[in-house]
Design a protein around this ligand. Structure first.
Ligand code: FMN
Length: 351
């Protein structure tokens, strides 16, 4: 499939959906500049999702992507969660704060979420993408009938094949280098930690779906390399974090521009699932010997967000979920439309 032609893109580039960081303004700017802009609604209420989709539509008449989290339904585990809260308690105490007494499932999965499915079928965004897993056959059929092109993250050939079997249209090959949450379907399963180069080539050669490469791609050279490996497009997240249109706070922008960008770490202490973050106090804490098992996702994130809020209130910015990929030192802060134009120019210059 010629993804760029199907979506009317002038450059084979997708701005990654980034829950908490991407915004409707970012997505619309990217789409207007000729790439595919994305919003992430995985952590939003249905009302907020409707609002964000409307905001994108009001600012562009081009294709855009709406992203959802399809993790397994969270099973609360009170003893494990109590132990995890206890492990974080000294950090809260440092900021004269108390940890939450109990943890909550701070957002639901899209799996079985009839309300979110109904609004998506109704609003029919041009592209819908899934992270952490696949929805059921009925949801996939309904979204396809509504005319949505469907994408899903895969971190392995097995996940890509499952996506193909389920009727997904193209797969996002997310390498170990990638910023943000690793999209593996089962975080408890063994992880071969394939890098973007090996995974992209493997999926291009062995899965029957068109492949979108993601992880550590920061410039036109990276996009060209992805296409040379057989990808139909590249998906870039970290490259867009420093755009003024994102919701990244000043501390996150400063960290991205600092030495921390050279030392990203894959941690699951922040949210309960592995995710790549700029080196900060939270990633250092995650290395503490003999920590109890982290609470399940996304209930651990309830504690992680509370700790960040308490730390920030006391002037400490080192507990943010400052997600970034290994290409972070190559970040170039500039408006999204300028970045898309620069990436397109660099890509076109390499033949
Ligand atoms: C700040 C941030 C937030 C992210 N949030 C999401 C998300 O909500 N949904 C998703 O599918 N991927 C998310 N990702 C992962 C991206 O889709 C993509 O795999 C990754 O950004 C590629 O690696 P790169 O950051 O090195 O470009 C996020 C990445 C970052 C950097």
């Amino acid at each position: 499939m010629d993804l760029a032609a199907r979506l009317g893109l002038s450059v084979p580039l997708i701005q990654a959906p980034m829950a908490g960081t991407s915004t409707p303004a970012l997505a619309a700017s990217v789409s207007n500049a000729g790439a595919l802009g994305s919003i992430a609604v995985g952590t939003l209420t249905p009302e907020a999702a409707v609002r964000d989709i409307a905001q994108v539509r009001a600012a562009t008449d081009r294709a855009f992507n709406v992203n959802l989290f399809v993790h397994a339904r969270c099973q609360p585990d009170p003893p494990r969660e109590a132990a995890w809260i206890g492990a974080l308690a000294p950090l809260f105490a440092e900021f004269d704060a108390l940890p939450p007494a109990t943890l909550e499932t701070i957002y639901p999965t899209f799996a079985g979420n009839a309300e979110m499915l109904a609004l998506l079928v109704d609003l029919a965004p041009p592209v819908v993408s899934f992270h952490f897993g696949l929805p059921d056959a009925g949801a996939i059929a309904a979204l396809k009938s509504a005319g949505c092109l469907l994408l899903a993250t895969a971190t392995s050939l097995d996940e890509a094949r499952a996506a193909g079997d389920a009727g997904i249209d193209a797969v996002v090959a997310q390498g170990w280098e990638a910023g943000g949450h690793r999209g593996m379907f089962d975080p408890a399963a063994p992880d071969d930690r394939l890098g973007t180069m090996a995974l992209t080539r493997l999926l291009a050669a062995r899965s029957r779906l068109p492949v979108i490469a993601a992880g550590g791609i920061m410039d036109g050279h990276g996009i060209r390399a992805a296409l040379d490996l057989g990808a139909v497009a590249a998906q870039l997240g970290t490259a867009f974090v420093a755009c003024p249109e994102t919701a990244a706070d000043q501390a996150y922008r400063a960290a991205l521009a600092s030495d921390a960008a050279h030392h990203t770490a894959m941690v699951h202490a922040i949210s309960g699932r592995p995710a790549r973050c700029l080196a900060n106090r939270f990633t250092a804490f995650a290395e503490t010997p003999n920590l109890p098992p982290v609470a399940p996702y996304p209930r651990a994130y309830h504690a992680g967000k509370a700790l960040n809020a308490a730390a920030k209130a006391a002037g400490e910015d080192g507990f943010g979920a400052q997600w970034a990929g290994q290409g972070a030192p190559l970040s170039r802060p500039m408006p999204a439309a300028e970045l898309v134009a620069l990436l397109a120019e660099e890509f076109a210059a390499i033949r």
